[in-house]
Design a protein around this ligand. Structure first.
Ligand code: DQA
Length: 142
C-alpha cells in the first residue's frame, strides 16, 4: 500500500522559516518521522516536495493511474489561492488529507481561507509535525 505525501512551496526551508510558527524541525526531520511511522504501519511512502504549482499538479495526476491509496498534502501558500491544485485534488477518487503545521485559522486573514480543503476528505491544521502524523493515522483508519 502506498501513500503519496506532497509538500508545497517553501516547506523545503523548514528549520529556517519562522520557528515560532513552524517549529524547529526541518523537512528531512518530518520525512524521517513519517518514514518511521509508515514502517510501523507497514505502508510505503512516496514523498515529494516542489515549489512549483505545475510540478505539484503533475505529481497529483500520477496518482490517478498509480497504485496510490491516499494522499497527504500541505499545499503551503497555494492552499489559499490555487484553483489549479484544487482541481487536481478534486479529480482524485482516493482520500486526500490537507495538512498544515500552523493553525491557519489563527493567522492572517489571507491564510484563513483554504480553496483546497473543500475538495479534500479532511483537513488537519495546527499540530506542527503531528499534523502529518495524524493524517497518516487517519488514512490508515479509512
Ligand atoms: C502552511 C501555512 C501556509 O499559510 C503557509 O503559506 C505555508 C505553510 C503550514 O503548514 O502551516 O507555507 O501550509
Amino acid at each position: 500500500m502506498k501513500i503519496l505525501v506532497v509538500h508545497g512551496p517553501n516547506l523545503n526551508l523548514l528549520g529556517k522559516r519562522d520557528k515560532s510558527i513552524y517549529g524547529n524541525d526541518t523537512l528531512e526531520d518530518i520525512n524521517n518521522m513519517l518514514h518511521i511511522r509508515a514502517k510501523e504501519l507497514k505502508v510505503e511512502l512516496d514523498i515529494f516536495q516542489s515549489n512549483c504549482e505545475g510540478d505539484i499538479i503533475d505529481k497529483l495526476q500520477q496518482a490517478i493511474i498509480g497504485d496510490v491509496y491516499g494522499v497527504i498534502i500541505n499545499p503551503g501558500a497555494y492552499t489559499h489561492y490555487s484553483i489549479a491544485i484544487r482541481d487536481a485534488i478534486e479529480v482524485l477518487d482516493i482520500p486526500v488529507i490537507e495538512v498544515h503545521l500552523s493553525n491557519i485559522f489563527k493567522r492572517e486573514d489571507f491564510r484563513k481561507q483554504s480553496v483546497t480543503a473543500p475538495v479534500c476528505t479532511g483537513q488537519i491544521t495546527g499540530f506542527g509535525v503531528n499534523s502529518y502524523l495524524l493524517a497518516l493515522e487517519a488514512l490508515m483508519m479509512n
